[in-house]
Design a protein around this ligand. Structure first.
Ligand code: HEC
Ligand code: HEC
Ligand code: HEC
Ligand code: HEC
Ligand code: HEC
Ligand code: HEC
Ligand code: HEC
Ligand code: HEC
Ligand code: HEC
Ligand code: HEC
Length: 341
């Protein structure tokens, strides 16, 4: 049997044999830890050289033997684990849309025509002769992403062009790992780690006392953010954030008999979605939070408090305004107009 067919058609058991079952196998180790490290030394090229490189690859021929050619050199002794891709959806032979279906160019569907690369005489010359992916690859991010978008400009990715990540030159491969059995960014437990490598100030927020359980792996950044782009708003979800919030916090959806205007408008007026050192993700502590909008002087409950200023009242201890106004998101009680019940 030819090598590639052997790899593709073999079950996991045989696969394990090829890899050498031991935990010391670089392939298995990479599998367990998530993303492997690039093995090829970073080739430094200026913009002109990059453009020339892309043109050179585009002008090259596809290998007659397809993936067969590639795995001749990039076998399991290669420092970079190539084979786990055969455990992914990209290697579904029966699906005409995948790179490895008979309709497509296999490795070269992503890496571009490889004849020039395969024929290069000295290994030093091989770098820069075929499309490579990720932040440190020689290939310009736009040319990398175009390879993926050739098949994936569907669903959410329709909005990719013009999104904040596209605008900031973030590569698909900065988030997605292709040569692993399970792409970690698609895993709720692993995703945040990837986002946080770039978004360090958000990372810090998630370490504050009150935070959404993202670090704990119970929810993902992408449950609030559409990472590939959002119509008109970049990736900031403010315009639709309330909808996202109440999709999980249904009891706050309303409309209530008595709405509290800000809660009916935008949850982030009072809550920091990522984290806060105040309880319940509050941006400020009560009563200061309330007093950003409500002046104490106009509090008509002053009478109820024996004419004293609310500011001195024992009722403002601990839960502050919430001691009385405990329905701060809205009330369905017939006499809940003041959010007291
Ligand atoms: C004759 C052996 C050989 C063949 C055939 C071969 N490669 Fe390579 N490839 C290498 C070597 C060696 C390197 C590392 C180059 C270096 O270290 O400078 C490499 C590097 C690469 C890189 C990283 C390039 C860079 O500039 O960052 C990619 C991607 C790659 N190969 C994909 C492929 C694909 C896809 C095929 C099939 C079309 C293929 N290779 C065929 C030997 C080969
Ligand atoms: C030749 C077409 C083609 C190319 C090129 C391609 N893909 Fe795919 N990709 C597919 C198909 C088909 C699927 C399976 C979709 C499905 O099952 O709904 C897929 C699935 C995926 C998935 C989902 C995997 C999963 O386990 O659910 C991700 C992520 C992905 N591709 C990212 C990429 C990235 C990043 C690139 C560029 C480096 C890329 N793809 C290049 C066709 C392609
Ligand atoms: C900022 C990180 C990030 C970038 C950049 C990114 N993705 Fe994704 N992608 C994700 C996450 C997270 C998911 C899973 C959650 C989701 O679908 O929103 C995903 C899901 C996918 C899926 C699978 C969707 C499904 O329904 O199974 C495909 C295909 C995909 N991305 C392709 C791409 C392509 C192509 C690019 C580049 C144009 C890209 N992604 C750029 C993070 C990213
Ligand atoms: C769906 C797109 C896709 C296909 C198909 C694909 N690759 Fe890759 N390849 C990538 C991406 C993206 C990376 C960057 C690292 C990662 O995501 O795992 C990569 C990385 C590599 C590297 C590592 C280069 C380095 O920097 O060390 C080599 C070598 C390679 N691929 C060879 C192959 C070979 C050989 C095949 C066919 C058996 C293949 N690739 C099929 C997308 C693809
Ligand atoms: C390779 C680095 C990188 C990775 C990985 C990354 N991002 Fe980003 N992201 C950026 C850059 C750069 C910007 C634009 C500048 C900024 O706002 O920080 C951005 C912007 C954003 C924004 C919009 C900010 C705004 O002001 O509009 C959101 C939301 C976001 N990223 C979420 C995510 C999520 C969720 C993930 C993980 C699935 C992720 N990012 C992974 C680099 C990255
Ligand atoms: C509970 C929903 C939710 C989760 C989970 C979430 N975000 Fe956000 N994120 C938001 C909202 C809402 C905004 C807009 C805040 C605003 O405009 O006041 C935002 C804004 C951002 C911004 C823009 C800058 C800023 O801080 O306002 C970035 C970047 C970002 N989020 C990244 C992330 C990353 C990375 C993760 C995961 C580690 C994540 N977010 C998880 C809801 C969420
Ligand atoms: C994907 C579901 C989901 C989405 C979307 C979501 N949340 Fe949450 N939220 C949770 C979970 C899970 C918890 C933790 C509950 C627990 O620990 O008991 C939580 C907790 C909270 C808490 C209480 C935190 C504490 O320390 O007591 C607040 C406040 C909150 N969310 C506000 C928001 C806001 C505002 C948004 C929109 C920007 C939002 N949530 C979007 C799932 C979600
Ligand atoms: C006017 C400020 C304000 C707005 C706007 C607001 N909240 Fe709150 N939220 C609070 C306060 C104050 C608490 C703490 C209540 C307590 O400790 O009894 C709280 C607590 C919570 C909690 C945790 C306790 C609980 O009741 O489950 C969740 C979840 C929550 N809010 C979700 C939301 C959502 C979702 C929205 C948007 C629909 C929203 N909040 C809008 C002020 C606000
Ligand atoms: C972002 C501004 C804002 C914040 C913060 C805010 N409120 Fe309000 N609140 C409003 C607005 C606007 C109204 C509606 C006033 C009206 O209809 O005249 C309102 C109304 C009320 C009412 C009267 C009920 C009603 O609907 O007329 C009470 C009681 C109330 N707020 C209590 C609180 C408490 C307690 C807090 C702190 C937990 C708080 N508010 C924080 C803006 C805010
Ligand atoms: C001791 C209980 C108590 C505390 C503490 C309290 N309130 Fe009230 N509040 C009331 C009562 C009772 C009313 C209804 C008074 C009325 O109808 O005359 C009221 C009415 C209001 C109204 C509606 C005023 C109007 O003109 O209709 C607002 C706004 C309000 N409170 C905000 C606050 C804020 C902000 C705080 C914290 C700084 C606070 N309250 C603390 C009992 C309290």
């Amino acid at each position: 049997m030819r090598m590639l067919e052997k790899i593709i058609t073999s079950g996991t058991a045989v696969f394990a044999l090829i890899l050498g079952v031991a935990g010391s196998s670089p392939l298995l180790a990479a599998d367990q830890e998530g993303a492997p490290k690039n093995a090829v030394p970073y080739v430094h090229m200026n913009l002109e050289q990059q453009a020339a490189g892309v043109a050179r690859v585009q002008g090259a021929k596809f290998s007659k033997e397809g993936a067969q050619t590639c795995v001749g050199c990039h076998d399991d002794s290669n420092p970079y684990p190539i084979y786990p891709i055969f455990k992914t959806k990209h290697a579904t032979l029966s699906d005409d849309r995948t790179p490895f279906s008979h309709e497509n160019k296999q490795c070269e569907a992503c890496h571009g025509p490889g004849a020039l690369h395969a024929k290069a005489k000295k290994s030093e010359k091989r770098s820069g002769t075929i499309i490579n992916f990720g932040k440190h690859a020689w290939t310009p991010v736009k040319d990398q992403n175009d390879k993926c978008l050739a098949c994936h400009q569907t669903h959410q990715r329709i909005e990719w062009k013009g999104s904040t990540h596209e605008f900031n030159d973030v590569a698909c491969a900065s988030c997605h790992t292709i040569h692993v059995a399970k792409d970690p960014v698609l895993d709720r437990q692993e995703q945040a780690r990837i986002c946080m490598t770039c978004h360090t100030s958000q990372k810090a927020k998630f370490y504050e006392l009150s935070h959404h359980p993202v670090r704990e792996g119970q929810m993902a950044c992408s449950e609030c953010h559409n990472v590939h782009g959002e119509n008109g708003t970049g990736l900031r979800i403010k315009a639709t954030s309330r909808e996202k919030c109440v999709s999980c916090h249904a009891d706050k959806r309303g409309p209530f008999l008595w709405d509290h205007a800000p809660a009916a408008e935008d949850c982030t007026l009072c809550h920091d979605p990522h984290g806060s050192n105040q309880p319940a993700l509050l941006k400020k502590r009560v009563p200061q939070l309330c007093q950003e909008c409500h002046s104490p002087s106009e509090h008509s409950a002053n009478n109820l408090l024996g004419g004293s200023q609310l500011g001195n009242s024992a009722y403002l201890q601990v839960k502050g305004c919430l001691n009385c106004h405990n329905q701060v998101h809205g009330s369905n009680h017939p006499s809940g107009a003041n959010l007291l019940r």
